[in-house]
Design a protein around this ligand. Structure first.
Ligand SMILES: Nc1ccn([C@@H]2O[C@H](COP(=O)(O)OP(=O)(O)OP(=O)(O)O)[C@@H](O)[C@H]2O)c(=O)n1
Ligand SMILES: O=P(O)(O)OC[C@@H](O)[C@@H](O)[C@@H](O)CO
Length: 433
């Protein structure tokens, strides 16, 4: 609420403005839960238009591997058990789209509220919404985390530090070293003076505030703050006398701003999904030998393999943590083993948030016809239906030869490329190792 006592948003047509982003860093939820024993809610300002990307689609709705950027950021926060609720502030004209994303990707804890014509107004609307929370299980938060929805990579351990510091100090913010020197220019466009870079830091996100501090700051701040301000920490100091604790954050805190940042974000998401794979051998000797050779070969490609005979019993754990599966079939050309993987993946709804890769490696003995001649369309048909369920099936056929290691490293190269790129274009193809 600003000085006039009305909502943050003046009665002007809202700009069609919106944004988004990413994957939680791997961390031990338990250690964070031990530290954060007070209610924490999150405001994700996502009401911008992303003009600096030069794209028609606002960056928060640009998709990566079939999912909008904002869904990655939401999922990162909702995967942290100690976050009680999330409010996303989006432009009014994107409320339906945001609601659809929440439903489609089964986001919990999160609700969308109308953003504002500036970032501060969007954040203010989000903070107001937390104060009017009606969901019974969600009380007023002790700490409010504010995080640009287009800062894709949120690390739980760091977020925990920000939340703890905000509770103790009233406000806390992430900082990073400056990359470029900051200079002041004259009105004629000449150098006036430069700042000593070592004395300054870049203010990043996440930031944390006690609910009282941030809500008071927005009640007291000026129209000029709402219109032109970019720094919540400044509002806390200026209007509440609260001096934020500054904590240097990891390099992953960057904000998607330009088109190149979208490519960088997609590359990091793909890399995160490509670090390991599960190889299922059926326990057959040739398959186990190939899997062992594959493990050596992919090690050089910075990838780890978990080799199991099947996905039964304890081995079913692979279904809950892997995004990539390699089924090695020896001789028989039927895809029953791949179909079994599909059934297991769907039972766990594993492909909801990320596309899952299943690679069928068909190993044929020297006296057998290659599967491309015996059952050329089998994999294409199966892959076509699986693709609609966000499971990408690829085939690699391998003929038994005396150059075992060379064949295995060839399979490894192809498999790791398929896993890394997750290309829809190659789905259903039977590649020759
Ligand atoms: N009226 C606005 C403007 C921005 N934001 C959000 O604030 C975050 C950081 O803003 P920025 O990166 O500047 O996004 P845009 O304003 O959309 O980008 P641009 O300035 O290029 O248009 C983004 O998540 C953006 O969606 C917002 O919630 N409401
Ligand atoms: O100005 P923009 O809307 O591009 O980005 C907002 C940033 O200024 C802001 O997220 C941090 O500097 C921390 O306040």
């Amino acid at each position: 609420m600003n000085t006039r006592g009305d909502n943050c948003e003046p009665h002007r047509p809202a700009h069609p403005r919106i944004f988004t982003m990413c994957e939680a860093g791997k961390s031990d939820h338990h250690s964070a839960e031990r530290c954060v024993d007070f209610p924490v809610s999150v405001v994700l300002p996502a009401g911008g238009t992303g003009e600096r990307t030069g794209l028609q689609t606002p960056k928060q709705f640009c998709t990566f591997l079939g999912r909008p950027l904002i869904s990655y950021t939401i999922q990162a926060f909702e995967s942290m058990p100690w976050i009680q609720s999330i409010v996303v502030a989006v432009a009014k004209e994107n409320m339906d789209l945001m609601t659809d994303i929440i439903q489609r990707f089964k986001h919990r804890k999160v609700r969308a509220v109308p953003g504002g014509s500036t970032r501060h107004r969007s954040i203010c609307n989000g903070v107001l919404a937390l104060g009017e929370e009606e969901r019974p299980a969600v009380g007023r938060p002790k700490v409010v985390i504010i995080h640009d929805a287009v800062r894709p990579f949120v690390e739980e351990d760091f977020l925990c530090k920000i939340a703890m510091a905000a509770k103790e100090q009233g406000a806390a913010g992430a900082i990073r070293p400056l990359v470029s020197t900051v200079i002041a220019t004259t009105s004629e466009g000449y150098l006036d003076h430069s700042l000593e870079r070592a004395k300054y830091r870049a203010s990043e996100m996440p930031q944390g505030f006690t609910y009282d501090v941030i809500s008071q700051a927005y009640q007291r701040c000026s129209e000029s703050d709402f219109e032109f301000g970019t720094e919540c920490l400044h509002l806390a100091l200026q209007y509440c006398g609260t001096n934020a604790k500054l904590i240097e954050g990891p390099p992953t805190l960057w904000k998607v701003t330009y088109k190149r940042d979208l490519a960088a974000a997609e590359s990091i998401i793909k890399e995160t999904l490509s670090r390991s794979a599960c190889v299922i051998t059926g326990g057959l000797a040739e398959a186990v030998n190939l899997a062992d050779a594959l493990r050596k070969a992919v090690g050089a490609l910075d990838m780890e393999l978990d080799i199991v005979p099947d996905l039964m019993g304890d081995n079913a754990r692979c279904l809950l943590k892997e995004w990539n599966f390699i089924q090695v079939s020896v001789s028989h050309s039927c895809l029953s083993e791949v179909e079994a993987i599909l059934v297991a993946l769907e039972a766990e709804n594993r492909a909801l948030l990320h596309p899952v890769v299943v690679i069928w490696v068909h190993f044929s003995r020297t006296d057998e016809l290659p599967v491309s001649e015996r059952a050329p369309t089998a994999i294409t048909e199966l892959a076509s239906t699986a693709k609609h369920r966000n499971i990408l099936i690829y085939g690699i056929q391998l003929k038994q030869s005396k150059h075992w290691e060379r064949s295995a490293s060839r399979v490894a190269e192809i498999a790791s490329a398929l896993i890394r790129e997750r290309s829809p274009a190659l789905v259903g193809q039977l590649l020759q190792a």
